[in-house]
Design a protein around this ligand. Structure first.
Ligand SMILES: *Cc1c(COP(=O)(O)O)cnc(C)c1O
Length: 429
């Protein structure tokens, strides 16, 4: 498998380099040079394959002979450890539940797969130390994804008192190869300290430092698997997939699946009030903005990083419009829909999924014969305050989270001075 930089088609690397470096030297994002069409018989017979077998087929086509089949099967078995069920809400609207992983959000798929690929490609080198600054959510997915991964340790910096109780436990209670530093400062301090560490000669001598960047291609690839898994579970031949989007990684993964031959009729790029991409689809002008705060806050992105990857697949707005519709909704619409869907259909949406539902309903009005699948990107208990206010009853909390809350927090308290972090790093092993 070869990948090129979105800033320069002639800058070509292999998968190992793309996975271990995340970003191209010219700061472009890596894209596969080829998205091969899968065998028609495979696409027509998806229902005879398990989720892991689907992942293996898609991955083998993409990777070609980069990774031996046995090793690839092991990577997939170790990373695809939770299901992606389609749940029918009513008639023509279903949801693909992507929250059955350890941090209860779809990012678990990407984090877990990336950890396995990094471990595989780094197997003959000095152990990797992944440094992560987090404001809460990504850190949890990375911690769970890298837990017990051979040859990799993770050091997470998070701002003291600025993450939720569940998030803090996800960062601090796993132990093993995951270490948390509780910084007396804010998220920007954490990020500054990590940046400084990457430039620090002394630290780089002692450690083989790396990052778990959200734009790493290894996070996108497994996200394409569950689109196949989704279509396997519905009968309709006219499937439209709604993707609640922020940085548009999830949508890009879906577009890749379509390029590989998955028959998705259309995608809907659904956002909150950060509607730069729906605006682009509307007007043809792409105008990134400062982000606006909403209750679907994992999608509060004003300048989506994966837009440049979408443009690699659709170089102009007309070609993009053929396959993608844009829609956006505000907080009041989200709250009202969470309430209504619970009352009418007894299904608890989270704020991001509610945007997916809103878009599904709106599209269905004009296209009553299509079947909508919207991605439910997080478990509603992750946004418990908003959701409980809307449905006026308790949101059930999964037992895995109850177990986690019983575990003990372990974190190294540090000031926001870089030198403090550095001396702790130098003496910790
Ligand atoms: C990250 C995230 C999103 C946005 O996904 P993108 O791939 O960045 O578009 C949506 N919902 C939830 C719950 C998320 O955590």
């Amino acid at each position: 498998m070869k990948l090129y930089s979105t800033k320069n088609k002639n800058l070509i690397v292999d998968l190992k380099e793309a996975v271990l470096k995340s970003l191209a030297p010219d700061k472009g994002l890596y894209m596969p040079t080829d998205l091969p069409k899968l065998d028609d018989r495979f696409i027509e017979n998806l229902s005879s394959f398990s989720f892991q077998e689907i992942a293996f087929q898609v991955c083998s086509a993409l990777f070609k002979d980069t990774i031996a089949p046995n090793d690839l099967m092991e990577i997939i078995t170790n990373s695809m450890t939770f299901p992606a069920p389609v749940v029918n809400i009513h008639d023509h609207i279903s949801t693909l539940e992507l929250f059955h992983g350890p941090s209860l959000a779809f990012k678990d798929f990407g984090a877990r797969f990336m950890s396995q690929l990094m471990s595989y490609f780094n197997r003959n080198e000095k152990d990797l130390t992944i440094l992560v600054a987090t404001s809460g959510d990504t850190g949890g997915a990375v911690a769970a994804g890298f837990l017990k991964t051979p040859g990799i340790e993770v050091v997470i910096l998070y701002p003291s008192g600025k993450v939720s109780d569940i998030q803090e436990k996800q960062l601090t209670a796993l132990g093993n190869n995951i270490t948390a530093c509780e910084i007396d400062g804010n998220f920007d301090d954490c990020q500054r300290m990590v940046k400084e560490a990457f430039l620090d000669k002394e630290l780089n001598q002692q450690y083989n430092l790396s990052s778990a960047n959200s734009i790493n291609i290894a996070r996108l690839i497994p996200q394409s698997f569950y689109y196949f898994e989704a279509l396997k579970q519905v009968k309709s031949k006219h499937v439209v997939v709604v993707v609640p989007s922020g940085n548009f990684g999830n949508l890009t993964a879906g577009l890749m699946a379509k390029q590989m031959g998955l028959p998705i009729k259309k995608f809907i790029a659904a956002t909150n009030r950060n509607h730069v991409v729906p605006d682009y689809l509307d007007s043809g002008n792409y105008t990134p903005m400062e982000s606006i705060q909403t209750i679907a806050n994992a999608m509060d992105v004003g300048s989506p990083s994966n837009f440049t990857r979408m443009q690699e697949i659709y170089p102009d707005v007309d070609s993009m419009r053929n396959d993608i519709l844009g829609m956006w909704f505000d907080d009041d619409q989200i709250r009202a829909k969470i309430k209504e869907v619970y009352k009418r259909h007894n299904y608890i949406l989270d704020p991001h999924g509610a945007i997916g539902y809103l878009a599904s309903e709106k599209y269905l009005k004009g296209n009553p014969n299509d079947h909508l699948i919207f991605l439910e990107t997080a478990h509603p208990c992750k946004f418990i305050d908003e959701v409980e206010k809307a449905i006026e009853t308790n949101v059930p909390v999964p037992s895995s989270i109850k177990d986690l809350m019983q575990k003990e927090k372990q974190a190294h308290a540090l000031t926001s001075k870089y030198e403090d972090f550095k001396s702790w790093m130098l003496q910790k092993n």
